[in-house]
Design a protein. Sequence first.
Length: 263
Amino acid sequence: MAFRLSAIAFVAGLALPLSATAAVEPVQTFSADYSVTFFGFTVARSSFVTRIGTDRYDVDGSVESDGLASFFYDTTAKTKVSGRIDKGQLSPEVYSVNYVYGEKSKRTSLQFAKGNVVKVSNSPPLPPRRADWVPVGAKELEAVLDPLTATLIRAKDLRSVCDHTAKAFDGELRADMQLSYVDIAPVSIGGYEGDAVTCAGRFKPVAGYHRGNKSLNYLSTKSRILVKFAELGKTGIYAPIQASVSTRVGTVSIRARRLEASR
């Protein structure tokens, strides 16, 4: 279950840090709350606090099951990333996530250096794989981001946001999300008002998965993925504020309920 949730979270941008590089403020803090719905029912909520300095950033986030989903299973996750900002680009150094699913728990931590993953730790260790497993090698861990940092896009304007391919690794799955332009329209979400761009997403598993995985095969060949981005202030950094992902059993929707910046 954790693996399937991780895949959906990646393509939808579930762990959405709202942050940006500020030209005038030495440090800025951004808070964001999101709701996740499935068949019209709220199944999870998430919150993130992001701190951005002139050359450093860090994100602390939490996700927990809610509503109808809590009746069937109790899931919580704590996630964190910290890294450097170089020429306006965010480069992770340390990423971690702790899952608790019922009575089971899992911890994943990643270390980065020069844009590459240099250390991976999973507790408990990943289980044995079938013959159709696509392994993650050193090449697949070059020039990638963690799932949090991968959701942030630096672009010259709204239209250019969709000219982007996100490459991420979550400790097990290595995948790409290629974006393409759909439209630009005004939005108003929890106090935020302004234009937002909608991009269609094309999900591609690269490594760390079974070729016969039906859920991933659906995501990569049939899923309709839409992600809406808005600029944070005048920073040139764009973050997701809404997403929808069709799966084999229904559509998962994610929407920002609150976006706030504080000093």
